[in-house]
Design a protein. Structure first.
Length: 138
């Protein structure tokens, strides 16, 4: 069995951003030479997320609106976590959207269902953060 590791770094211009990273993950899979196995993609920060869904901008805006209703950034006093930082809401948003995804690799391709794409969700941006891609298989 082989393994392959790649780290992506993002520094988003906004507090909240959603980036389709499917092409970067597919590129890593190609570089790995693995044709059968599993691909893990995970956010390496507790205020960011990796998730799978449809690449449709209306849906992305709906996610953002829904998350902001669930855990609005302000008022900052709403969160006991806020102290040195003002990101209590970002931790909750990450918890809802999840830390990672695992996708099967079949015949050298990500084995997606219809419309599935991989996204990086940033909830406390404007600073560098990392995403790990780990592929194992043959």
């Amino acid at each position: 069995m082989k393994s392959f590791r790649k780290v992506l770094t993002f520094n988003t211009p906004h507090r909240r951003d959603y980036i389709n990273i499917t092409a970067q993950v597919e590129s890593a899979l190609k570089d790995s030479g693995i044709t059968e196995g599993l691909c893990l993609v995970n956010a390496m920060h507790i205020t960011a997320s990796v998730f799978i869904n449809d690449n449709e901008q209306g849906l992305i805006r709906d996610f953002d609106d829904w998350l902001e209703e669930l855990a609005p950034h302000e008022p900052l006093s709403r969160y006991r976590h806020n102290g040195a930082e003002d990101n209590g809401d970002a931790h909750l948003k990450r918890q809802v959207m999840g830390r990672e995804v695992v996708v099967a690799v079949t015949n050298g391709r990500l084995d997606f269902g219809p419309w599935e794409q991989i996204f990086y969700g940033e909830f406390d941006g404007r600073r560098p953060k990392k995403v790990l891609i780990k592929i194992i298989g043959e």
